[in-house]
Design a protein around this ligand. Structure first.
Ligand SMILES: C[S@@+](CC[C@H](N)C(=O)[O-])C[C@H]1O[C@@H](n2cnc3c(N)ncnc32)[C@H](O)[C@@H]1O
Length: 217
């Protein structure tokens, strides 16, 4: 098996990752930090970035596909754009501000209409497929199945608040977690073990069930 250098070994868009990681501190709604206090909790944006860049090959690993430094830089920039980029956006009042977009963005990853997760998963599947000498899948469902079948599982033995296994699971990887502290174990069960068992199931409350809440269209 050929060893391929991963993106994380060469370069990362650190400014965008750092900016979004810092912003995450002030996010409350829907953030796992509100589930239970855990000290030394790592920012989800950084965990997501690190996991993804550990699975995606650096373009220099594929000299037959990206033969020149220029071609490798161009491809690396394309990967950076998927992972995290800083853009200037104008709000409703006409004020401009710097905004992080891409896989590391909390807003993008939580936007049901955003395609960032699909784009990021396609890159993981592409690297797995190239390595296996197969044609990469392109359709989102096929991509997810391919990742589930061929991507390495992730194990965090010091999982704490569960940031790493949660983000591994989000990317479609098999995630395992453990910790010395039973409180951390409980947090991880609540965060990554129990929710997938009930995902897409209708609510038990008959009133809500009648409103179709919990059913995906
Ligand atoms: C820095 S925290 C992990 C934070 C985690 N990455 C997060 O984002 O929330 C380190 C964790 O290691 C656990 N730990 C320390 N010593 C351990 C040991 N010997 N075996 C298992 N877990 C241990 C602690 O209970 C703590 O939850």
């Amino acid at each position: 098996m050929t060893y391929r250098k991963k993106l994380i070994e060469v370069a990362l868009p650190l400014e965008a990752i750092n900016m979004e990681s810092a912003r995450e501190k002030s996010i409350r709604h829907g953030h796992p930090s509100t589930l239970h206090l855990w000290w030394a909790r790592r920012p989800l944006a950084a965990c997501r970035a690190v996991l993804w860049a550990t699975l995606v090959d650096d373009p220099s690993s594929w000299p037959d596909k990206f033969p020149t430094e220029e071609a490798q830089n161009r491809e690396r920039q394309r990967l950076f754009d998927i992972l995290g980029r800083i853009t200037i956006e104008t709000d409703k009042k006409g004020n401009t501000k710097q905004v992080v977009r891409g896989l590391v963005s909390w807003d993008d990853i939580n936007d049901p209409n955003s395609k960032v997760l699909e784009a990021a998963q396609r890159e993981i599947a592409r690297c797995l497929a190239w390595d296996r000498g197969e044609e990469p899948p392109t359709k989102p469902d096929a991509v997810r199945r391919y990742i589930a079948k061929y991507a390495p599982p992730v194990y965090d033995p010091f999982a704490g608040g569960g940031s790493i296994p949660l983000e591994a699971q989000r990317l479609g990887l098999e995630a395992h977690a453990s910790d010395l502290n039973p409180v951390a174990v409980l947090i991880n069960k609540a965060l990554i073990e129990i929710p997938p068992k009930f995902r897409d199931l209708p609510p038990v409350n008959p009133v809500l069930r009648g409103q179709g809440i919990g059913n995906r269209g």
